[in-house]
Write a protein that binds this ligand. Sequence first.
Ligand SMILES: Cc1cc2nc3c(=O)[nH]c(=O)nc-3n(C[C@H](O)[C@H](O)[C@H](O)COP(=O)(O)O)c2cc1C
Length: 194
Amino acid sequence: MSLLQTALQRFNDLLAQAQQCGLDYPNAMSVATVNAQGQPSVRTLLLKGVENQALVFYTNKHSRKSDDLAQNQQVALLFYWQCLHQQVLIEGRVTDVSEAEADAYWQTRPLPSRIGAWASQQSQTLAHRADLEQRYADYAAQFADGLVPRPPHWSGYQVMPHRIEFWTEGEFRLHHRECYELNHGVWTLRLLNP
Ligand SMILES: Cc1cc2nc3c(=O)[nH]c(=O)nc-3n(C[C@H](O)[C@H](O)[C@H](O)COP(=O)(O)O)c2cc1C
């Protein structure tokens, strides 16, 4: 098994353990992007899964994060599971998921989420809350047959990692940090001071 495979296996094992903690969203992660001016921003997203050695999430491609990602494909993902005393930091580069993958995932989303994706102009100014509710009602009426196509601006990204750090809480603040890193095509594993 390569070091990347080992790291992703460890990540999947932790996620599975986190799913036993009784959390509402064990797959919640902070996703940091950087815009063209170098300004970082961060928000919580749900990890959809790990596929083809990449971490996949879905969003609105007209959003602020997508504007950032159009300019700068570098991202950082951060998971903190208090119940496990573990943090995982993943840095990498995004590419788009395929249309077929996005279509397949779209079909698994509950109907209200699919209608909501049409109604919300994510990250754009909303003059009145009632405008959003009206848009939702209008799309719910338009798609009353339950056949809701995927909006062209709703899709996913896959993050190809080049750095994965596992942080485990230790006694006396002597935490344990293990850093898997890709340099010049070679993955290495080293410890870091806490
Ligand atoms: C627990 C949780 C899960 C979320 N999951 C997603 C998600 O999977 N996709 C998404 O686009 N926004 C999700 N959001 C909303 C984002 O945090 C954010 O508000 C939205 O994507 C707009 O971000 P942006 O303006 O930086 O692009 C989630 C928020 C929370 C608190």
